[in-house]
Design a protein around this ligand. Structure first.
Ligand code: 5CA
Length: 440
């Protein structure tokens, strides 16, 4: 992408309305713009990151055997009356009437709808287990939307729903999601800490939140709670046998308890392994058994010919919130530091002297060769001061800056800078290109 024809409205000043660093940087880096309280437009740079985060989540869901579908944002009130949640959900639910005065709502979550879809199609235990998910916008009329995408009213969520014939199966489905969450967050450069949690309006018997430690975590939710200090995800061999990891994690539950009540983590974890901190909830998983399958009639015939309601769980990831969490975890005083896996572009190509024939030609060659090789490049070809280009690149946080100027070109070299470490290296042009392509 050539910056001269792109849409990247960066801001030099800190916007007054932003209280936390991720919100400030998302506004300054031209990623989002507010369109109403807790409602944001995703500008091109922000959208690219959102899509990358979404892709990682999708890949890990697929790897865990979940199947993607897409449900609508608008739902009928009648469906929610069946579960009793139309009345109990309260003011967070945005209620709408269509032209026929039919009551509708903008979905805050999809337990009712997925259970309804399931009950219409699945009749036998032979078709189980199944885990169905979608990545869709949700609306919750939060009383205090704040911190940008961190607590929005409209936000992008991945929600998955598992259906099993018995509690044992449902537990396995839950554990699969547990592991797949750790993998997904790990791939985004985040150390997520699983923590036993309340089930809130979703309901159920067992629940875990996945928390990213950050000073700016929502204090009213997380302060003074004990987080469980588990091994960092990268210490676990994901690609190999998952059994040790599952065993290690599940050893912390009251695993044989019929009711599947979560263990009192605080009590089970020795004093020296506890920590108390604030954090950001990026995921939340629930096991709720037959809470929705019973009222919505999602029954299947078991091997003995008897009908039983499906055992269900639901599994949410705050896709749009993750962008805020990643920035909270990875930035410095100059701007964002994107982990490569979610960076909007891998390389920022800085032309130190736009208009200089030789520099323009070298940059164009680099840009075209890299782009053709599948490397995402943002080429700053504008007629701007070098200093302004550098601070802009630092602000938007691309992993690599490739700096090209007339002086270096005289010696056949360009400069490659790592945003994360700040290290700079002078390299022959071809070598810089190969280095970036080979790392793909
Ligand atoms: N149905 C269940 C699981 S699919 C559910 O809705 N769970 S939830 O309420 O915990 O939401 C799932 C995730 O969405 C949360 O962990 C959080 O990361 C994200 N989320 C929830 N509310 C908001 C919000 N207002 N703004 C941004 N992200 C949010």
């Amino acid at each position: 992408m050539r910056l001269s024809t792109y849409f990247l409205p960066t801001l030099k000043e800190n916007p007054a309305e932003a209280q936390i660093v991720s919100h400030r940087l998302m506004l300054r880096a031209g990623m989002i713009r507010q369109q109403g309280a807790g409602i944001y437009a995703w500008l091109p740079l922000g959208l690219r990151v959102l899509r990358k985060v979404e892709k990682i989540v999708r890949e890990e869901m697929d790897r865990a055997g979940a199947i993607e579908l897409l449900m609508p944002t608008l739902q009928s009130a009648d469906l929610w009356r069946k579960s009793g949640r139309y009345d109990s959900y309260g003011k967070e639910m945005l209620r709408i009437q269509d032209r026929h005065e039919r009551e509708m709502l903008y979905g805050p979550t999809n337990e009712e709808m997925i259970t309804d879809i399931f009950q219409g199609e699945v009749k036998s235990y032979r078709d189980l287990p199944r885990n169905l998910y979608h990545i869709q916008w949700k609306f919750r009329d939060e009383i205090r939307p704040r911190f940008g995408v961190m607590r929005g009213r409209e936000f992008l969520m991945k929600d998955a729903y598992s259906f099993d014939i018995d509690v044992e199966g449902a537990r396995r489905s839950y554990q699969k999601m547990f592991i797949s969450y750790l993998r997904a967050f790990d791939r985004m450069g985040l150390k997520a800490i699983p923590m036993a949690a309340d089930t809130g309006p979703i309901g159920g018997d067992m629940s875990h939140e996945f928390i990213i430690l950050a000073e700016t975590g929502e204090s009213e939710v997380f302060c003074d709670r004990q987080l469980v200090d588990m091994p960092a995800p990268q210490d676990v061999d994901y690609e190999g046998d998952l059994t040790p990891m599952i065993e290690e994690r599940t050893s912390l539950y009251a695993a044989t308890d019929e009711k599947h009540e979560p263990a009192k983590f605080e009590a089970d974890v020795p004093e020296d392994r506890r920590l108390s901190a604030r954090g950001i909830e990026v995921g939340h998983i629930f096991f709720f058994g037959t809470k929705y399958s019973e009222p919505l009639g999602a029954v299947v015939t078991g091997p003995d010919g008897k009908e039983v309601p499906a055992q269900m769980g639901s599994y949410g990831i705050g896709v749009s919130r993750l962008l805020g969490a990643i920035i909270e975890a990875s930035h410095d005083e100059n701007g964002i530091i994107w982990p490569e896996s979610v960076a909007p572009f891998k390389v920022g190509l800085v032309n130190l002297k736009s208009g200089d024939e030789e520099t323009d030609a070298a940059c164009s060659k680099l840009y075209e060769t890299l782009t053709k090789s599948g490397v995402d490049v943002l080429y700053d070809d504008r007629d701007e001061r070098a200093g302004a280009k550098f601070s802009n690149m630092d602000l938007i946080g691309l992993p690599w800056q490739l700096v090209v100027g007339p002086r270096g070109l005289k010696n056949g070299v360009v400069e490659l800078k790592s945003r994360a470490t700040g290290e700079r290296e002078e390299l022959p042009l071809e070598e810089a290109m190969t280095k970036l392509i080979d790392a793909e």
